[in-house]
Design a protein around this ligand. Structure first.
Ligand SMILES: Cc1cc2nc3c(=O)[nH]c(=O)nc-3n(C[C@H](O)[C@H](O)[C@H](O)COP(=O)(O)OP(=O)(O)OC[C@H]3O[C@@H](n4cnc5c(N)ncnc54)[C@H](O)[C@@H]3O)c2cc1C
Ligand code: FES
Length: 273
């Protein structure tokens, strides 16, 4: 699949809960992005060099456009430091340069495989695109976790027949009080499944806990992994991520090109201890 640096026009950029929602129209390679792939956004203006580095973001939704050849991409983001602060100041009609689609996509579930989606905070972003791409007939459970109610966004999107949607917030303002991993564990204890695939994105501590759950219940787990990134295209080696080798060693691979989707059993979790 080829990538492109496309000049796109912003259609919407504003707050949603504790996050920001950005929507822009695209026409080229970005229209063929798959769930789990990401984009690298240049935040600086056309005649500016600051901030020098682009910022990586997941594609949260791929929406249709009034023009049949175009698509609308939605990005959900947390406003943190200078890059995301400047991005949040962009207005409708402003331009952005967006490089993508980058990295690998999520593998899709096999036939008759129960599907489980688990998000933590802004980790919901790539999982919305995944949810909207799944066959509506499959058996699906979604567990959304966050610190507080205002971090559970787009609940309205997760609608379909026979969907098991459960929410946990750490402060108890929505759903069950506590961690999302606790409600998932309770579900697995009550509905033990033999063939399941689990997709997740969120804080590293949550992913680590999910790795243990996948191990315990024999689930195939695929995580959208975040490392600090600069180029996003495999050149700078900023985004090294440890994976296990066949002879029990560790290999550092580039999260931007070999990831950002990794099978949890391949990640060398001991590296982070
Ligand atoms: C594949 C991928 C997908 C992502 N998707 C989303 C998303 O959908 N929504 C969202 O809110 N955030 C997402 N992030 C994290 C997002 O890129 C950072 O929050 C953002 O770059 C922070 O920029 P800043 O200028 O505010 O922070 P700063 O800390 O000032 O950024 C400084 C530098 O560090 C890099 N950086 C900082 N934090 C991260 C991080 N967590 N991951 C990668 N690089 C980082 C920036 O690219 C920049 O080069 C994603 C990261 C990756 C790797
Ligand atoms: S961000 Fe440059 S190699 Fe991955």
């Amino acid at each position: 699949m080829y990538i492109q640096d496309e000049k796109v026009v912003i259609l919407e950029n504003g707050p949603t809960g504790n996050y920001f929602k950005l929507i822009f129209e695209c026409h080229g390679a970005l229209t063929r992005a798959l769930p789990g792939q990401f984009i690298n956004i240049r935040i600086s203006g056309e005649r500016e060099a600051f901030p020098l580095l682009r910022r990586p973001f997941s594609i949260a939704r791929m929406l249709s456009s009034t023009n049949k050849k175009s698509k609308r991409i939605e990005v959900l983001y947390s406003v943190l430091q200078i890059g995301t602060k400047l991005l949040s100041l962009k207005r409708k009609g402003d331009f952005l340069y967006v490089l993508g689609p980058l990295g690998h996509s999520f593998p899709l579930p096999e036939k008759n495989e129960e599907t489980i989606i688990v998000s933590g905070g802004i980790g919901i972003a790539p999982l919305i695109f995944l949810f909207e791409s799944l066959d509506p007939q499959i058996k699906l459970s979604i567990f959304l976790g966050a610190k507080t109610k205002r971090e559970i966004v787009h609940r309205d999107v997760f609608k379909r027949k026979n969907l098991n949607l459960q929410i946990a917030t750490e402060d108890g303002t929505l759903g069950t009080k506590g961690y999302v991993t606790a409600i998932l564990s309770r579900y697995l204890e009550a509905h033990r499944t033999t063939r399941s695939i689990l997709y997740a994105c969120g804080p590293r501590a949550m992913l680590k806990a999910l790795d243990g759950i996948c191990d315990q219940w024999g689930l195939r787990g695929y995580f959208s992994w975040e490392e600090k990134m600069a180029c996003g295209i495999g050149i700078c080696l900023t985004c090294a991520c440890p994976v296990k080798t066949a002879n029990e060693g560790t290999n550092m691979v580039r999260c931007c090109t070999e990831g950002p989707i990794f099978e949890t059993s391949k990640i060398d979790w001991d590296y982070f201890v």
